[in-house]
Ligand binder design. Structure first.
Ligand code: M6R
Length: 616
């Protein structure tokens, strides 16, 4: 979950590292630090601070750090040890000749720490990471070079890790290792300079030529280039690719938060995604990266969709798409549950993973389980080159651009568009759809960017409706059918941003328990669009109001009956049933945003969260 950046080349390292850390702050924001390797004496200097990058910036400015052209930096999401200056990365070995930054968990760190302490090592932090620095140092002392020392140290670690290290013994060199799925390492190729990072986002301002490490690979960079090796020390061939993603889309621009910008970008993100996957005239799909998995769309007997958080909610909507459009049995599963359940599946099941980052550890491990079962796999992903795209047999890309707000917004709506396209492709390959139906589904989807744009025009109206929630401590979100995942996603947005306790429930489940909570202090947001078994939702709303519960209904434009029934209503344009989720989530994103803003919460960096979850 932590962010890593490393640089070696002709420029001064510190400004590059600090800029990289700002690009990575969404990865973790408990503490930050840098280490630089002095060119002349080959001496390491470490500066690290608890808190945000501004703290680190101030600490660096107050010291006279000699200019250096090699260094690394880290932004931390604490796992072992509280956020503090001491526990912040980088971590040095006792002699100070080696520094390490790390993403992941050293599962056997207690054991390693004891062994190292018994051998005379002195620890300066409570972290698992520090063991790695001491292990590398021991190997350097045996006369190994830095790559070999990192490899030997890696062999002693249990668990998934991404590690980047510097040593005084090798000025101008940075090494990195990817061990398992606890976050990636991306190598950036510049002119007379090289970079390493946990994320593409931090490299794109410098270069579009990048290479991704696979599990078990180790990289060594110097200003002249990169060399790669496998876990057992053999040279590895890793080809760089060119990533066409505009780094400027990652700027906040004139918006006060990334999240607001990303909410407002949804019409463009949707138009880019839809335009990248299909044409209207003729009505045709171009899912070009399905590769060898395409024939499996005809053969499989069921689909299993997996994901986590917002992406799991997208998968839940996707289940409706596969069942309704392709008439293929579809299930969903939480990737963190699926991976440990010894699931019963094989080549008859198409596994579709949804992950905007393509680096969520539970999703990647679920994909490994599915692969071991022999299931064909497709991933829906917003990050080109990420691990999920490399594990899957085929990919449906979303073209939302980089998403920096910790709360996912535009990658949710674009994932729905990609899932819709994949279900249509499946229906077509299986001969389950007429040309007319196919064309009409495409037309429906192509209209969504404009519909979402209209939703955004009503931003102020929705934000005003959110005033009611600034003082409440609990909210119930209810939905049915394809609106149930939207109720769950609305509740997730509300709780993660505003810290209001929000529960998403199937409306039919109300009377089986949750209704006991309802009183005048427990408002409900009811997804009551035209397709959500309207008469049943009307009954649910009546039942809540009969218990003095307050209801804000999300209704279809012109539905006067529901508008009159609820205490307040927000409207969604009338769209085809399966596309209603794409429109209905927008007011819920705005409600959560506005509530968080009124409550003074940090919208882009909610407490305890990080954008990409790379540890269990
Ligand atoms: O990168 P992924 O889509 O795999 O991330 C999965 C979840 O961590 C993510 O969707 C999370 O729930 C959202 N950022 C919350 O808004």
């Amino acid at each position: 979950m932590c962010g890593i950046i490393a640089y070696t080349g002709s420029r001064e390292a510190v400004p590059v590292l600090l800029a990289g850390l700002r690009d990575l702050e969404y990865r973790g924001y408990d503490s930050t630090g840098v280490a630089i390797l002095d060119d002349a004496g080959g001496e390491l200097t470490v500066v690290k601070r608890r808190g945000k990058i501004s703290e680190l910036d101030a600490a660096i400015s107050s010291q006279s750090i000699s200019s250096a052209h090699t260094g690394l930096g880290h932004t931390r999401w604490a796992t072992h040890g509280v956020p503090s200056d001491e526990n912040a990365h980088p971590h040095a070995s006792c002699g100070g000749e080696v520094v390490v930054v790390h993403n992941g968990i050293v599962e056997n760190y207690g054991e390693l720490r004891k062994e190292l302490t018994d051998r005379g090592h002195i620890f300066g932090s409570e972290t698992d990471t520090e063991t790695i620095a001491h292990l590398i140092e021991e190997n350097l002392k045996l006369g190994h070079d830095l790559v070999t020392s990192l490899r030997e140290a890696s062999g002693q670690l249990v668990g998934s890790q991404a590690i980047v290290a510097l040593s005084e013994a090798e000025p101008g060199v940075v090494v990195g290792a990817r061990l398992g799925n606890a976050g990636g390492i991306v190598v950036g190729y510049g002119e007379g300079e090289m970079l390493l990072s946990s994320d593409l986002a931090a490299l794109l301002p410098h270069t579009s030529k990048v290479a991704f490490l696979d599990d078990g690979q180790i990289v060594r960079i110097s200003a002249n280039g990169a060399t790669f090796a496998t876990r057992d020390g053999r040279p590895a061939k890793v080809n760089p690719s060119t990533i066409l993603l505009d780094a400027t889309t990652a700027d906040k621009g004139t918006y006060e938060t990334y999240m607001l910008k990303e909410i407002m970008e949804q019409p463009v993100a949707l138009a880019d995604t839809i335009g990248g996957l299909m044409t209207v005239e003729p009505a045709r799909l171009y899912l070009d990266d399905l590769g060898d998995v395409r024939p499996w769309l005809e053969r499989v007997e069921r689909v299993l969709l997996v994901g986590m958080g917002t992406s799991l909610h997208a998968a839940m909507v996707g289940r409706w798409y596969f069942e309704q459009i392709a008439r293929l049995p579809a299930d969903i599963d939480n990737a963190s549950e699926f991976r440990y359940r010894e699931p019963v599946l094989g080549p008859e099941t198409l596994v579709v993973s949804v992950s905007q980052s393509g680096e969520t550890v539970d999703v990647l491990e679920a994909m490994n389980v599915a692969r071991a079962c022999g299931s064909p796999q497709i991933t829906i992903c917003n990050t080109p080159g990420s691990q999920s795209t490399r594990l899957a047999d085929g990919t449906v890309h979303t073209y939302a651009g980089l998403e920096r707000g910790v709360a996912s917004t535009k990658t949710f709506t674009t994932s729905l568009a990609a899932l819709f396209a994949l279900a249509l492709e499946t229906a077509q390959v299986r001969g389950r759809i007429s040309e007319q139906e196919f064309a009409s589904h495409i037309q429906g989807l192509v209209a969504m960017p404009e519909i979402v744009g209209r939703q955004l025009d009503a931003f102020d109206v929705v934000a005003k409706a959110a005033e009611r929630f600034s003082t409440t401590e609990h909210i119930l979100f209810l939905g049915r059918g394809p609106a149930l995942p939207i109720a769950l996603e609305g509740a997730l947005k509300m709780k993660e941003l505003s810290y209001v306790h929000a529960e998403g429930y199937a409306a039919g489940e109300m009377k089986h328990g949750p209704i006991a909570l309802i009183d005048q202090n427990f408002p409900t947001i009811a997804l009551a669009g035209q397709h959500a078994l309207r008469s049943k939702i009307i009954s649910n709303i009546e039942q809540i109001r009969a218990r003095k519960g307050e209801v804000l209904a999300i209704v279809t434009e012109g539905d006067e009956e529901l508008i009159a029934l609820a205490d307040a209503a927000l409207t969604v344009p009338s769209v085809p049933a399966l596309l209603e989720p794409v429109a209905a989530i927008v007011p819920l994103q705005i409600l959560a945003y506005a509530t968080a803003k009124t409550r003074g919460c940090n919208i882009d960096q909610p407490r305890n969260l990080a954008k990409t979850v790379t540890v269990e």
